[in-house]
Design a binder for this molecule. Structure first.
Ligand code: ACO
Length: 331
């Protein structure tokens, strides 16, 4: 049976840079507070009128170009986001139309910060089963429309940024390449530790003016609980994934972790005794771009020439749900 591999990768971030000092004009925060607690210096915000599928379109074009393909070569689209263009239909359908193609299947993955890795695992299974050949997996977010830029929302608002990244997955017979192992996990007992209650289908009607007055339209987070869970679950995940993939930690060239908080990733690297420089980061420039975070960092790493054919990479993420996931692959 053939493996699946990444045949092309691309990303796109909106041009507007929002530095910590700009946020400090809207709420009681500071560049110093944000940098020391999260590692974030700036992020990108999309302008009004820009959809998640618009960012995804640019990223997808870049990934297709890198793969030497056109959109007509695609057999399936998997779209990971928690900031869809609309509640329905799925954003994959909007992207498909913008790519100028029709008829191929589109699947939206609503799995928060692990959405991209869940999407890659689904794509990997489709390719290994022979069901599809060329699959576009996208992670994209426009968070900036759904953040509370007041003192009440400052704990969450300073963390997130907008962006998109995509990969084209294909089958490979090359023994030096491909996905070796994926892990997908969730623990639904913690659904409300990082949660947005605005869409509540048990309410009749589901949306009322009170939703705005009670500030339910904004995301809420128990930062300590998220942080503690992230370090514990990521530690177990790294060990389990390397064991299942039958590889030595020393053979991993880079760990590409989800960019939620620099402190979480530094603490994790220290606990796992990974040498400095093995855990990569770009959170300083983009903040947390949720489903886009891992492919955005992977694309930057690839485009700066740091990855060679056959390099062993470990992609790990933890997020709301709680969910946690990994992908161990040879580039
Ligand atoms: N600026 C200034 N002060 C702030 C801000 C802010 N943006 N946000 C909160 N504070 C205040 C709090 O109100 C609190 O004040 P108080 O002591 O007067 O009550 C004080 O700072 C300390 O707050 P803590 O929550 O204890 O700060 P902590 O050191 O835990 O850092 C943080 C907060 C950065 C959110 C941290 O909990 C964290 O990183 N948690 C993980 C969350 C995360 O990564 N979420 C990403 C999404 S999930 C994912 O991607 C995995």
């Amino acid at each position: 049976m053939s493996r699946s591999c990444i045949a092309g990768i691309g990303s796109y971030v909106p041009p507007r840079v929002v530095r910590n000092d700009e946020l400090a004009q809207l709420m009681s925060t500071s560049d110093e507070w944000i940098r020391t607690r999260t590692g974030i210096g700036e992020r990108r915000f999309a302008d009004a009128g820009v959809y998640c599928s618009d960012l995804a379109l640019e990223a997808s074009r870049n990934a297709l170009e890198d793969a030497g393909m056109t959109a007509h070569d695609l057999d399936f689209i998997i779209f990971a986001t928690i900031s869809p263009d609309h509640h329905f239909p799925g954003t994959g359908c909007f992207l498909q139309a913008k790519l100028g193609i029709e008829s191929i299947g589109c699947l939206d993955v609503r799995n928060q910060c692990t959405g991209f890795l869940y999407g890659m695992a689904v794509g990997d299974a489709f390719i290994r089963s022979g069901m599809y050949r060329n699959i576009l997996v996208v992670g994209a977010e426009v968070h900036s429309s759904a953040l509370d830029f007041t003192d009440e929302g400052r704990d969450v608002a300073v963390l997130f940024g907008d962006g998109a990244a995509a990969v084209v997955m294909t089958p490979t017979q090359d023994p030096r390449r491909g996905i070796l192992h994926s892990e997908l996990h969730a623990d639904g007992r913690f659904t409300k530790a990082l949660f947005m209650s605005v869409w509540d289908i048990s309410r009749k009607p589901f949306m009322t003016p009170e939703v705005f007055q009670t500030r339910e339209i904004w995301p809420k987070m128990d930062g300590r609980s998220v942080s503690k869970n992230a370090v514990t679950k990521l530690g177990e995940l790294v060990e389990d994934t390397l064991h299942a993939g039958g590889v030595d930690p020393l053979d991993v060239k880079y760990v590409i972790p989800h960019q939620a908080n620099l402190r979480i990733n530094e603490l994790l690297a220290e606990r796992l005794k990974f040498p400095p420089g093995k855990f990569l980061s770009n959170i300083e420039k983009y903040g947390n771009t949720t489903a886009a975070s891992i492919p955005l960092l992977l694309d930057e790493t690839y485009r700066t020439g740091k990855i060679e054919r056959g390099d062993l990479l470990l992609l790990i993420a933890v997020g709301s749900g709680f969910t946690w996931a990994s992908s161990l692959l040879r580039w």
